[in-house]
Structure formats: structure tokens, C-alpha cells
Write a protein that binds this ligand. Structure first.
Ligand code: ZN
Length: 335
């Protein structure tokens, strides 16, 4: 099948592109260039083919048909990979995907995978809710309250930010989990306001520091871990309003909410999720408050495009030049 033959309407063309994209597992396409290791039912991770690295920060998701690098920000779908990495034109990429160069997924298999993915996500959400159910208010004497105070957050924390004892790792295959550690727990709500996930910021020294550990291979263990559905969801520090401020990282969000009490600030789970939030219909405009680095600026430009495509009005704001993020600026800590 070629794309070039007949005359196609816009919608026929779009359908053709969607069909081409859905015919293959994106991991089969990317797996020819970097070796990918399975990390969940449909998630894989490997060394980024777009930049040089020693520990894998490149994620590939067959459910969503997307890739994302936490190191250099490279992200997209199978067509984008073929154009960016293999140097194809858009048309060549669509033609390649329409052909039989890659293993093709049968319709049956696609339906089976969808059902399986829905089941896995439902389980993850249930687990996240079980964590949220055991949170307690983050009063000033809990590690979460102490951590917030050290970060310069003097206002009482909103009800969506609480204290919890939660495991720092769980094995998605076996359900096995590590032992509990103190954390600041942030509720992640979906477009309807239902809690579908929890982001935990793990703490040590009674909350005086974020949990920090250097692994044997010299890499840093992450202080944050998210449970449940992080795509599309957000931590709401304020109510649904026609205008929202959106940033990534609860510390920045709490800082902004405190400085601008008249505004409603929402927070996503990591830079990449900034462009994936699903906003309720009441929301008309979103101001993205980014981090002052390449990844932060890239995330904001992607998020602006994403909300424009939904018919919302985007704007952006960054901390003054010598500050890394909003919380550092608030505390006067220069980069
Ligand atoms: Zn990369």
C-alpha cells in the first residue's frame, strides 16, 4: 500500500496515518536501534538513541505508542521516531509503517492488549487509592509538615497534600512492595476530580531532607515515586477555575500557590506530564510556570502546543535567570 497513489481528503489522510501508526508495536521499531528492557506490562526502558548516556532514561510505551527520554527530552510516536532518528520524511514514515517491514499486530491482539492494559491500570489506581486512604493531615509535627516548612511553605498545606508511610518501590509483576518510609503524599486527580494516583516525595531525618541515596553504580535513587495514573492527572492545590497556573513538582506548586493566593495552581508529576493534563471544560487558559533549564523550557513549549490544540489559551512564565526553580527563588537559593 502506498500513500502517494489516490487523492485523499484530510480526514481520510488522518485515518490512514492513525492506522499506519497502530499497526505495529513502537518497541519493535525502536528496538532495532537500542536494546529495550521490559519494566511493566507494556513499558520498556533502554539507553537513549538520541543522546549518549550510561544509565537508561529512555522509555518506550507500547500502550500509548510513544517514547520519552528523561535525559534529553526526545519524545514522540513511531512516525516521529522514523523522521527524527532514521531521517525519513513524514510521507516515507507513513509508507514504511503501512508496509510490512515491521511485525504487524492483529486486530484480535490489539483488542486483547487494550483489555489487558485497562485491567492493569485499574489495579494501579486501586493500589494508589489504598495508599491515599492511609494518609493523615500533614500537620507541622509530621515529616511532611516539617519538609514543607524547610522549603519555605508557611501556609497550611491544602487537603490534597498529606503525610503517609509508603513503600519506595513495588514490583508491578509480583505486587511485592518494599518497607514503608515517610513521605509527603500528593493526590493526583483526573479530569472529574477523582483521586487516581498519589505522588510520594520520600523524606529522611524526620522530614528535614528529601530522601537521597546514591546507588552502588553512582546513580541517585529518586526521592519521588508515583502510584496510579499519572498521565492526564494533576495535583490540585486550588479549585477548578477558568484560569490555572500549571507547574511540575509539588514544592514549586506550593511556593506559587503561597505567593499568589488568588490563583489556582495545579501540579503535574514530572516535566513530561505538563503537556498531558486533561483540563475540565471550565478551564479556558493555562499559564505554565516552568523550570529554568533546557528540559523545563522544552516541556513548557510542548505543553503550550498541547493546550492550543485543545482550544485553550496558553501563557508561560519562568523564574528570574539565576534561579533554577520557583522554590529556590522563593528561598533565595541561586543556581
Ligand atoms: Zn535522550
Amino acid at each position: 500500500m502506498t500513500v502517494t497513489g489516490g487523492r485523499l481528503s484530510d480526514s481520510e489522510f488522518r485515518e490512514l496515518v492513525d492506522r499506519a501508526r497502530e499497526r505495529h508495536s513502537i518497541s519493535d521499531i525502536i528496538g532495532r536501534h537500542t536494546s529495550l528492557k521490559r519494566r511493566g506490562a507494556r513499558e520498556m526502558v533502554g539507553l537513549c538513541p538520541f543522546h549518549s548516556e550510561r544509565s537508561p532514561s529512555f522509555e518506550v510505551n507500547d500502550t500509548k505508542g510513544t517514547y520519552h527520554c528523561w535525559g534529553c527530552g526526545a519524545a514522540g510516536d513511531s512516525i516521529k521516531f522514523l523522521t527524527d532518528y532514521e531521517g525519513m520524511t513524514f510521507r516515507q514514515a507513513v509508507e514504511t509503517l503501512s508496509g510490512n517491514e515491521f511485525p504487524v499486530i492483529s486486530d484480535e491482539e490489539r483488542v486483547r492488549r487494550k483489555a489487558e492494559d485497562a485491567r492493569v491500570m485499574a489495579e494501579r489506581i486501586a493500589y494508589a487509592r489504598s495508599i491515599w486512604a492511609r494518609t493523615v493531615p500533614a500537620t507541622h509535627d509530621t515529616p511532611a509538615g516539617i519538609y514543607a516548612a524547610i522549603r519555605g511553605i508557611i501556609h497550611p498545606l491544602p487537603p490534597t497534600v498529606r503525610f503517609v508511610m509508603a513503600p519506595r518501590w513495588i514490583n508491578p509483576e509480583t505486587g511485592e512492595a518494599g518497607r514503608d518510609h515517610p513521605a509527603m503524599a500528593c493526590a493526583l486527580q483526573d479530569v472529574t476530580g477523582a483521586v487516581v494516583g498519589v505522588q510520594c516525595v520520600f523524606l529522611q531525618d524526620g522530614g528535614r531532607r528529601k530522601y537521597e541515596r546514591v546507588r552502588d553504580d553512582g546513580t541517585k535513587a529518586k526521592a519521588k515515586l508515583s502510584f496510579g495514573q499519572i498521565v492526564g492527572s494533576a495535583l490540585r492545590l486550588g479549585p477548578v477555575r477558568p484560569h490555572l497556573i500549571n507547574c511540575e513538582g509539588p514544592e514549586d506548586g506550593l511556593t506559587l500557590a503561597q505567593r499568589m493566593p488568588e490563583q489556582s495552581v495545579w501540579v503535574t508529576c514530572g516535566t513530561a506530564m505538563l503537556s498531558r493534563v486533561e483540563y475540565p471544560a471550565e478551564v479556558r487558559s493555562v499559564c505554565f510556570a516552568g523550570d529554568n533549564n533546557a528540559a523545563g523550557r522544552l516541556a513548557v513549549s510542548q505543553a503550550r502546543e498541547a493546550v492550543l490544540a485543545k482550544g485553550l489559551i496558553p501563557s508561560e512564565v519562568f523564574p528570574p535567570e539565576d534561579f533554577k526553580d520557583w522554590n529556590d527563588e522563593w528561598r533565595g537559593i541561586r543556581a
